[in-house]
Write a protein that binds this ligand. Structure first.
Ligand code: ADP
Ligand code: MG
Length: 155
């Protein structure tokens, strides 16, 4: 697809509170990125589900699956960017700086008839992400210098 020419896309920002849709209760917490980060996403990166890499406060780089889309709660006025990191964190990391590398597109956004269908779709996205990110051409971004840059304290 044409937009793949803008990937990988690197960005960094604060983890903010989302809209309490209960992702954590589903076992799939998503770290919502600050509005400034979402506003900077090039318009030619369409909404949908992506895979890539992410690190919290310059720590270990983890695989992630990310939703980029419009929040119905805000009547399609607010676009959100919500990575779920494929790692077990002992504690929440709201307010931390999240560094993200969006590597590849998985599928468009879609609505589901039930929560079970939604969970099944996300689990399948996670499997795709794991597999794709093991490919050398995608794995190399894990070691990108971007993840080792000192981040400005203003972030
Ligand atoms: P919110 O609606 O506030 O985003 P979530 O239920 O989506 O609430 O939970 C998100 C929070 O969970 C993140 O901001 C982060 O602090 C925490 N968290 C814990 N583990 C993870 C993980 N593996 N991936 C993403 N966020 C995680
Ligand atoms: Mg969330």
């Amino acid at each position: 697809m044409s937009f793949s020419s803008v990937l990988p896309y690197f960005c960094r920002g604060k983890v903010v509170h989302g809209f309490g849709r209960g992702s954590k209760e589903l076992g799939i917490p998503t770290a919502n990125l600050a509005k400034e980060v979402v506003d900077h996403i090039p318009k030619d990166i369409p909404t949908g589900i992506y895979h890539g890499w992410a690190s919290v406060d310059g720590g270990e780089v983890h695989k992630m699956v990310m939703s980029l889309g419009w929040n119905p709660f805000y009547k399609d006025k607010t676009k959100s960017m919500e990575p779920h990191l494929l790692h077990h964190f002992k504690e929440d990391f709201y307010g931390s700086t999240l560094s993200v590398c969006i590597v590849g597109y998985i599928r468009p956004e879609m609505s589901f008839n039930s929560v079970d269908e939604l969970i099944a779709a996300i689990h399948s996205d996670m499997e795709v992400a794991k597999r794709e990110l093991d490919k050398p051409e995608n794995r190399m971004y894990r070691d990108d210098n971007f993840f080792h840059e000192k981040t400005p304290s203003s972030l």
